[in-house]
Design a protein around this ligand. Structure first.
Ligand code: CA
Length: 227
């Protein structure tokens, strides 16, 4: 499921944006400060960032400038109450991909978010590999040689997160956020169950790769041909 981070301190507006996007099958997390946003961006990879400018701890553009300095390309739609030309130019120069002036129509917001998503998906490689594993994201399919199996959305996100770390340990919280969103109301068992199912699928395909558990910390991928 594509995921959007909404950085907006106007709670009713943030909730409205979130429910409109969720109705379109887009997962949303909401944060109300730059500080929280930085934490979420560290833990989860988002397809689009929706960024308010006037936040309690500063201007949203400061966060965007930091992201771009770190070469994080997450597409960003800036929401702004200021419609002066100078402000729009400043936003775009800081690395915003698009902007909307408040108040805006929800339909326009959805169209712009989807357009940014299409652009980012065109950039992101659809196929990800690790050892003998090959995952195609748009079909949620895991291949080992000629065999394949379909992954559930949460299994897909967990496996992609593990593959991104190339065998490094991924914290439980990071995996849970990737699979269900940072605010999802899930029990600790949900991750255990999803990992169990993933392990079953790796075994069914005869993969050399297994998922190892570092108790209390998280999970990582192990390639048996390395040992
Ligand atoms: Ca605001």
């Amino acid at each position: 499921m594509p995921r959007v981070l909404i950085v907006e301190d106007h709670q009713r507006l943030a909730q409205a944006v979130s429910s409109v996007l969720q109705a379109q099958g887009i997962g949303c997390d909401i944060v109300a400060s730059l500080h929280c946003a930085a934490g979420f961006l560290e833990a989860v990879s988002y397809d689009v960032l929706i960024l308010d400018r006037g936040l309690p701890d500063g201007d949203g553009l400061a966060l965007l400038a930091q992201l771009r300095a770190l070469r994080r390309p997450t597409p960003c739609l800036v929401l702004t109450a200021r419609d002066a030309l100078g402000d729009r130019v400043h936003g775009l120069e800081t690395g915003a991909d698009d902007y909307l002036t408040k108040p805006f129509e929800m339909a326009e917001l959805v169209a712009r978010v989807k357009a940014l998503m299409r652009r980012s998906q065109a950039w992101a490689p659809d196929e990800v590999c690790f050892s003998d594993l090959r995952v195609t994201q748009h079909t949620s399919t895991l291949f080992v040689g000629p065999s394949s199996i379909t992954l559930s959305p949460s299994e897909l996100q967990i496996l992609l997160e593990l593959i991104r770390r190339e065998g490094g340990v991924v914290r439980r919280g990071t995996l849970e956020s990737a699979a269900w969103g940072a605010f999802a109301d899930i029990t600790p068992k949900a991750l255990v169950v999803a990992v169990h199912r993933l392990r079953g699928k790796l075994m069914a395909l005869g993969s050399r790769v297994s998922i190892v558990n570092l108790k209390g910390i998280g999970y990582g991928l192990a390639d048996s041909s390395d040992t």
